[in-house]
Ligand binder design. Structure first.
Ligand code: AMP
Ligand code: MG
Length: 313
């Protein structure tokens, strides 16, 4: 009995010793890509470098700033021979467009340009001018993902109408996070955290009995609104509180309702979605933001493994 007890103690101590030996320090690196700050935390520096290379590759395909990206060529020429990665994102975008009744729509490009939230944010409030209803109507005539045709077999994406312009701002970062995680896993990494602004993926755990914990910032102050303890999950937050401009005491957020042509104004301040991958989390958080608390909540219930937190005014 006594011997059995010592044997158990030995096993316990030996495994503890092994765990202690295998603890490698975490490294973290930060880069500005896709207009946002990407952070990667993992125990393998080489793997982190490779993951950043992958994020940069995704950006070079999907950026609407880089003139040679597949998206810029599509917007310019109305058609492009796309990479398998871009096809994956378009397929998902079209699916969420259909399921959300058009609330999520990557053809918001003309409206994003018209409302020009980024430029207006930088301006003095007295210099901000809102677009006319006429211009909004004009832009709206080019907004519908029904204008996107995906030829999966030949990997050709076409825009069926002149003036249609794609903006993957609501989905590409989540996908880039997934690709970074995939790269880390290929390098043998089992525990890591990838964060890109409002998009995060938690792979494995930080340590023995130490899960990854992600805090979501409260919309109106620097407090934490929620803390999620996550393992092999993505979390995405869409909010109207970080990028907006004010005109006549009213806030105009960067997420636009493609059904009205106006920035969303439905009382929702932020939407956080937790699910299995970054691409879905990113697209759903934007879609639910547009749909609002009630319809967005109903919409979310149609998906398996999706948790949602909606903060309203
Ligand atoms: P997110 O932060 O993921 O919610 O994405 C916001 C970005 O997505 C905006 O800056 C626009 O570039 C784009 N966007 C705005 N409204 C929509 C919409 N209704 N559907 C899809 N993308 C949108
Ligand atoms: Mg999004």
């Amino acid at each position: 009995m006594k011997r059995a007890f010592y044997f158990l103690c030995f096993i316990f101590n030996f495994s503890f010793f092994l765990c202690g030996c295998s603890v490698r320090p975490y490294h973290s690196d930060t880069r500005l890509i896709m207009g946002t700050v990407f952070d990667i935390i993992a125990q393998d520096e080489e793997a982190i470098k490779k993951a950043f290379r992958e994020i940069e590759r995704i950006d070079s395909l999907m950026s609407d700033y880089k003139p040679d990206s597949e998206i810029s060529r599509l917007n310019r020429d109305g058609r492009v021979k796309a990479s398998p990665e871009t096809i994956v994102v378009f397929r998902a975008a079209k699916k969420i467009y259909n399921l959300s009744g058009g609330a999520f729509d990557v053809t918001v490009g003309p409206l994003v340009k018209l409302w020009n939230i980024k430029a207006n944010m930088a301006k003095d409030a007295s210099l901000v001018k809102l677009p006319t209803e006429e211009k909004i109507k004009q832009a709206l005539s080019c907004v519908s993902s029904d204008f996107i045709e995906i030829d999966e077999k030949n990997r050709i994406i076409k825009l069926k109408k002149r003036g249609v312009s794609v903006d993957l701002g609501a989905i590409a970062r989540g996908y880039a996070v997934d690709r970074a995680i995939k790269t880390l896993k290929k390098c043998g990494v089992r525990n890591a955290l990838v964060n890109a602004g409002g998009e995060t993926y938690c792979l494995g755990a930080k340590g023995f009995l130490a899960p990854w914990r992600v805090g979501i910032k409260a919309p109106r102050n620097d407090n934490t609104a929620n803390i999620f303890t996550l393992k092999n999950k993505a979390v995405s937050t869409s909010g109207g509180y970080e990028q907006f401009f004010v005109y006549n005491n009213k806030r105009y957020a960067r997420i636009i309702d493609p059904r009205t042509g106006h920035p969303v104004d439905n009382g929702v301040i932020s939407v956080t979605v937790v699910t299995d991958n970054g691409l879905t989390a990113d697209a759903l958080s934007t879609a639910i933001f547009v749909l609002g608390k009630e319809k967005g909540g109903q919409f979310a219930r149609r998906f398996k493994n999706v948790r949602v937190r909606i903060i309203t005014r």
